[in-house]
Design a protein around this ligand. Structure first.
Ligand SMILES: Cc1cc2nc3c(=O)[nH]c(=O)nc-3n(C[C@H](O)[C@H](O)[C@H](O)COP(=O)(O)O)c2cc1C
Length: 426
């Protein structure tokens, strides 16, 4: 069964009393809502499918998957070189990846690994205590599926790390439709924590992660402290996994408050997870906390090895024709360039309050954006929403950072970390 319905064609009557401009305005009226609805009509789709356009298992090829390929084609063409050949879509995902022919790059989608522009440039960073990455660029949770889907399009082993979709103890279906709406310079989403559950994630993706040669950070979600601990317990020993990122933007079943909004609750989750694993534990801060710096401090004291700043910002859109919120859940999480200044601000504030590494996230689309976060005190970054428009975005950020290091004669990318922070007081 196809997992995407076609949008019904709507005939719009012409009002001869109006100017052409007014008629065109009228015709366009509501189109963005329709586009949002069309995107949201991925109702039979998993988050991995929605994010990557790739069908799971043996599902039929998808329209969205073809669109992603189209984006990749035009990016290559804009760079002056059309892709010469593409891995057949029937090839086993990631597992049989031939990096010499299957990798993608912004200027040459099939460049040999030894000619990648970042090679020979010191981009390595400490992303968390005990976690050194070869470069500071990761993909953000929920925007890159489980990583293996994208391995058909790009050489994911070039990434510093990937962060998988939020993983809960048991499988979850996600939120009601609509789940995505476009906004100026961003998107609102209320996907919810749609995922197959910890045991299934470990079973299904562990082997592929190891074979892809990419570091995997598991994004952990739950509704009680026990949930978080359970997920980490179930994922223990999964090949490829190098750290856990704790998504504290989840309501606590006991009080309904987000774990990440309360310093004590956030600290409780952090120390419980730390007691369960020897791998680094990263806590992902929510900008919706009344005092995000207090939460950051509490997590550091509870043993967090790094902090991610930030998760999405609460937002809402109204469908003025239906006179209802567009998203099925009413409010959702705003992401993309619209939130970048908020994310840079939080990074800058938190960097002055803690000594552990910070991973910057929020609206990064290119190397300049990434540099803002690094200069504000982050030691690494995540690229999320930008990947929907351009699957090559994270690789372009790596290439841009390498070019920056070379152009500025730096010894390493580490030389820019925190340079915009106020000088420490004597
Ligand atoms: C569709 C979508 C799904 C997301 N799912 C998760 C998730 O499961 N866990 C999580 O911690 N963050 C999730 N996020 C938040 C992103 O990881 C990231 O923190 C946020 O989008 C800001 O980065 P960006 O502007 O580059 O997308 C999601 C974001 C989007 C757009």
């Amino acid at each position: 069964m196809p997992w995407r319905r076609f949008r019904k064609k709507v005939e719009r009557p012409i009002d001869v009393s109006k100017s052409i401009e007014e008629s065109l305005d009228d015709a366009a009226d509501g189109e963005s809502e329709e586009d949002a609805a069309e995107l949201a009509e991925l109702d039979d789709a998993t988050i991995a499918e929605a994010a990557t356009g790739e069908p799971n298992e043996d599902r039929a090829p998808t329209e969205l998957g073809d669109k992603l390929r189209g984006v990749l084609e035009s990016a290559a063409e804009r760079g002056g070189e059309a892709r010469r050949e593409r891995r057949p879509r029937s090839a086993p995902r990631g597992i049989a990846l031939d990096r010499s022919s299957g990798a993608a790059r912004s200027d040459d989608a099939h460049a040999a690994p030894e000619s990648y522009p970042e090679l020979g440039v010191d981009l390595s960073v400490e992303a968390a205590r005990g976690l050194r990455l070869k470069n500071p660029v990761m993909t953000a949770s929920g925007t890159f599926g489980q990583g293996v889907e994208y391995a058909e399009l790009i050489d994911v082993s070039r990434l510093g790390a990937i962060v998988n979709k939020g993983t809960t103890p048991a499988a979850r279906p996600g939120n009601p439709q609509y789940r995505i709406a476009e906004t100026p310079s961003g998107i609102l989403n209320s996907i919810g924590l749609e995922n197959p559950g910890a045991l299934e994630v470990a079973r299904k993706y562990g082997k592929a992660w190891a074979e892809l040669g990419v570091a995997v950070i598991v994004n952990v979600a739950g509704y009680s402290v026990d949930d978080y601990v359970y997920v980490v317990h179930e994922m223990t020993g999964t090949p490829g996994v190098v750290a856990y990122e704790i998504n504290v933007s989840c309501p606590n079943v006991k009080g309904g408050m987000l774990f990440g909004c309360d310093p004590d609750l956030a600290a409780e989750v952090t120390s419980a997870v730390k007691a369960e694993t020897d791998l680094p534990v990263i806590v992902k801060l929510t900008p919706n906390a009344p005092d995000v710096v207090a939460v950051a401090r509490a997590c550091e004291q509870a043993g967090a090895d790094a902090l991610t700043a930030i998760n999405t910002v609460l937002g809402m859109r109204i469908d003025t024709r239906r006179r209802r919120p567009i998203l099925g859940t009413g409010s959702g999480g705003l992401s993309g360039p619209a939130i970048r200044p908020i994310a840079v601000h939080v990074t800058y504030q938190v960097a002055q309050a803690v000594a552990i590494p910070i991973i910057g996230a929020g609206g990064i689309t290119n190397a300049q954006d990434a540099l803002e976060f690094l200069m504000a005190g982050a030691s690494s970054v995540q690229v999320g929403t930008a990947t929907f428009a351009d699957p090559l975005a994270p690789l372009k950020v790596i290439e841009g950072l390498a070019a920056y290091v070379k152009e500025h004669g730096l010894a390493s990318i580490r030389d820019v970390i925190g340079v915009a922070l106020p000088a420490p007081e004597d």
